[in-house]
Design a protein around this ligand. Structure first.
Ligand code: E4P
Length: 221
């Protein structure tokens, strides 16, 4: 499973990228707004830090506008994957950008039928939003299951499933069990994946016992 981090906070990305665990980054207009920074500067800095796809989202809503914006975002770096919404116009833009050799992330996917259309339009990845479905009382993970099932029925659909709108570690585990290709995870959830109370108490006990020995691995006893 590949891990992307879902943020436009460059300092967070810098810190997380030191683990070597980041395979990519996703941003969206809301995350850029939250950063209070220029979209091109943010994308350029992220591309310098992470050696993988960095999603930057268009804000036009018509095909030609999306294509023009997508090309402009892609000028920042080869790593920029252009994000377009899963609308009829977005699907048309996806096809054109894909034919131009630009990677496309089709976002705001809420049904398996939408995912199939994105795949047929040449999406590199499709982003189903699990948390937002859970928020309205639907089963976000059931959607991931359905998309995996359908994509596996048709080998010609090579689009990867990028699980988005992840809220907690159980979403990541469930996505991995289903066999989703990528999870884009908020920084705090990514950190939570590495923590366990028994790890903390276990380490504390080891260090207490070690102190009693009076030894020092790097120095004299
Ligand atoms: C994915 O690319 C989106 O940026 C993101 O996962 C949306 O998550 P949210 O529902 O928490 O805003």
């Amino acid at each position: 499973m590949k891990f992307y981090v879902d943020t436009a906070d460059v300092e967070e990305i810098r810190e997380l990228s030191e683990t070597g665990l980041l395979d990519g980054v996703t941003t969206n207009p809301s995350l850029i707004a939250k950063s209070n920074r220029n979209v091109f500067e943010v994308l350029a800095e992220i591309c310098d830090l992470v050696d993988g796809p960095v999603s930057g989202e268009v804000t036009a809503t018509d095909r030609d506008g999306m294509v023009t914006e997508g090309r402009r975002l892609h000028e920042v770096s080869e790593n920029v994957m252009v994000k377009v919404p899963l609308t009829w116009e977005g699907l048309k833009a996806c096809r054109i950008l894909n034919q131009a050799g630009i990677q496309v992330n089709v976002t705001l996917c809420f049904s398996a039928n939408q995912a199939v259309l994105a795949a047929k339009a040449g999406a590199t990845v499709v982003s189903p939003f699990v948390g937002r479905l859970d928020d309205i009382g639907q089963d976000g993970m059931a959607l991931i299951h359905d998309i995996r099932l359908v994509f596996d029925n048709y080998q010609e659909l090579s689009t990867e499933i990028l699980v988005a709108s992840i809220r907690h570690p159980m979403h990541v585990l469930e996505a991995a069990k289903i066999g989703a290709d990528i999870c884009t995870v908020p920084p705090q959830v990514l950190r939570a994946l590495a923590t366990h109370p028994l790890t903390d108490t276990g380490l504390e006990a080891f260090l207490e016992d070690w102190k009693k020995t009076g030894q020092n691995i790097l120095g004299e006893t």
